[in-house]
Design a protein around this ligand. Structure first.
Ligand code: GLA
Length: 400
C-alpha cells in the first residue's frame, strides 16, 4: 500500500523540479536574447560611469561622481564629437555607453559614403545610417553628415558607367538630393565636398572633376542647399588647417562663393596628425580668424594623433599626444567661429589607425591622458565667445 503513495509523491516532486528547471532555462534565454537584440533604439541611457582609470564600472573611491566631456562642452556651447562605426555600435555595450556619455555630436564614419548608401543606381541603403541617426536623436546628439561628394568610396556603377557630362551631373544631383532630403531636419551639417584639392592648391584630378569640371563643387553646394535650406554646408579636407597653398585656395574659393551667393557655411579641418607632426597653432588660429571674417564656421572634423609602436613604449609619448589634443581644443575654444571638436573615433580599439593608438580611450575603453587633458581644459577655460553670428537662415538649425 505505501509504494503507490511514495511513487505519487516522487512523481509530483519530479514534476515540480522539471517545471523549475524549465522556468530557469526560459529566464536565461530571455536575458541572453535581450542582450543580443539590444540595438540602438532599445538602449536606454544608463548612469554615467564613475571610474575614469580602470576598465570596470566601479565608482572611483577618490573622486566620487565625475563629469564628462559632454557635460563640460555643453557649458561652453561646444559640439564635442566622434565618428561612429556601425559594427561595434551594434555589438559592444561599452561603445554605446561611452558614446552618449561623452559626446553630443556624431559623424557616421562609413555608412553614408556613396558606395554604402547608394550601392546600385536605383537602390539606396539607409538601414545602417538610419539606426545611428535615430540613436543620436534619441540621445539628444547632433549628426554631421559625411560625405556627399568624394572621389573615394565610389561604386563601380558610377566609375565604370561611361556617362556623359550631363548624365554625371544628373547622377550627382539625384544622389545629393536623395540623401539630404532623407535626413532633412536630422543632419544639421553636411560635409558636402571632401578633399577636392591637392596640397599645392590645384584641383584634384578626381572622377567628378574629370566628368563635370571644377564647377562640380559649386553645383554640389547648390543642390544640397535646395534639398535642405536649414543644413549647414561644409567643405572638408586635410592639411588645410594652417597656412599653406591648400588653405589659401579654399579661402579664395569660399570668398568667391560668398560673393556669388553659393551657399557655404563652414570648413572642416580633418586634422589627422601625429605626435611628431605638431600642428602650427598660430597658423591655425590665423586661418580660423580669416574664415570668421567671411562669416564661415570651422569644425575640427576628424582629429586623431598617431603614436608609433616605438614611441608608445614611453610615458612621454602619451603626454605629447595629450598635449596636442589639448592645444587644439584650446585653439578651437579661443576662436569665435570654431564650433565643433570632433575626433575620428574615440577608442583605439576601433580606429582606422588602430596600430598607432591615436584616440583618447585605449583598446579596453580606459581613458588615456589625452582624455583627461580635454576634461581639464573644458573645466578651466572661459566661456565661448559670443561674437560670431550665424546667418539667420541657418541659426535655428545650429541651436542645441
Ligand atoms: C578621410 C575621410 C574619412 C576617412 C578617413 C580615413 O579623412 O574623410 O571619411 O575615410 O579619410 O579613414
Amino acid at each position: 500500500m505505501r509504494l503507490p503513495v511514495n511513487r505519487a509523491l516522487l512523481f509530483i516532486s519530479f514534476f515540480f523540479a522539471l517545471a523549475n528547471i524549465c522556468l530557469i532555462i526560459q529566464l536565461i534565454n530571455h536575458t541572453a536574447e535581450t542582450r543580443v537584440n539590444e540595438t540602438s533604439r532599445n538602449v536606454q541611457p544608463t548612469p554615467a560611469l564613475n571610474n575614469r582609470s580602470g576598465g570596470t564600472d566601479q565608482p572611483s573611491p577618490a573622486s566620487g561622481k565625475q563629469t564628462s566631456l559632454r557635460e563640460l562642452a555643453k557649458k561652453k556651447n561646444l559640439l564635442i564629437g566622434t565618428s561612429l562605426r556601425h559594427w561595434p555600435f551594434t555589438r559592444e555595450h561599452k561603445y554605446r555607453e561611452i558614446l552618449y556619455r561623452e559626446f553630443n555630436t556624431i559623424t557616421i564614419e562609413n555608412a553614408m559614403k556613396i558606395e554604402n548608401i547608394h550601392p546600385q543606381p536605383d537602390h539606396y541603403n539607409f538601414s545602417e545610417s538610419d539606426l545611428l541617426v535615430d540613436f543620436a536623436s534619441d540621445h539628444q546628439m547632433k549628426v554631421r553628415g559625411h560625405t556627399l561628394v568624394w572621389d573615394k568610396g565610389l561604386p563601380t556603377w558610377i566609375t565604370e558607367g561611361k556617362y556623359s557630362k550631363e548624365e554625371t551631373k544628373r547622377i550627382l544631383k539625384e544622389h545629393i538630393q536623395m540623401i539630404v532630403s532623407h535626413y532633412k531636419g536630422k543632419v544639421f551639417a553636411w560635409d558636402v565636398v571632401n578633399e577636392a584639392f591637392h596640397d599645392d592648391g590645384t584641383y584634384r584630378d578626381n572622377f567628378w572633376f574629370r566628368s563635370i569640371g571644377p564647377e562640380y563643387i559649386e553645383l554640389a553646394f547648390r543642390w544640397a542647399h535646395e534639398a535642405d535650406p536649414d543644413a549647414l554646408l561644409f567643405y572638408n579636407d586635410y592639411n588645410n588647417e594652417g597656412s599653406n597653398a591648400k588653405s589659401d585656395t579654399i579661402y579664395q574659393m569660399i570668398s568667391d562663393f560668398k560673393k556669388r551667393g553659393v551657399p557655404i557655411h563652414g570648413v572642416g579641418f580633418q586634422l589627422h596628425t601625429a605626435i611628431d607632426q605638431k600642428p602650427d597653432l598660430k597658423a591655425i588660429s590665423k586661418n580660423m580668424k580669416r574664415l570668421a571674417d567671411l562669416n564661415i564656421q570651422v569644425h575640427i572634423t576628424e582629429l586623431d594623433v598617431k603614436v608609433n609602436k616605438k614611441q608608445a613604449a614611453t610615458k612621454e609619448a602619451w603626454d605629447q599626444q595629450a598635449e596636442i589634443y589639448g592645444d587644439l581644443l584650446k585653439t578651437c575654444l579661443s576662436a569665435s567661429n570654431c564650433k565643433a571638436f570632433i575626433m575620428w573615433g574615440f577608442t583605439d580599439r576601433h580606429s582606422w589607425l588602430e596600430e598607432y593608438s591615436p584616440l583618447i580611450f585605449d583598446k579596453n575603453y580606459n581613458p588615456k591622458p589625452a582624455y583627461q587633458k580635454l576634461i581639464d581644459i573644458l573645466s578651466q577655460s572661459a566661456g565661448f565667445p559670443a561674437t560670431f553670428r550665424l546667418p539667420s537662415s541657418v541659426a535655428a538649425a545650429h541651436r542645441s
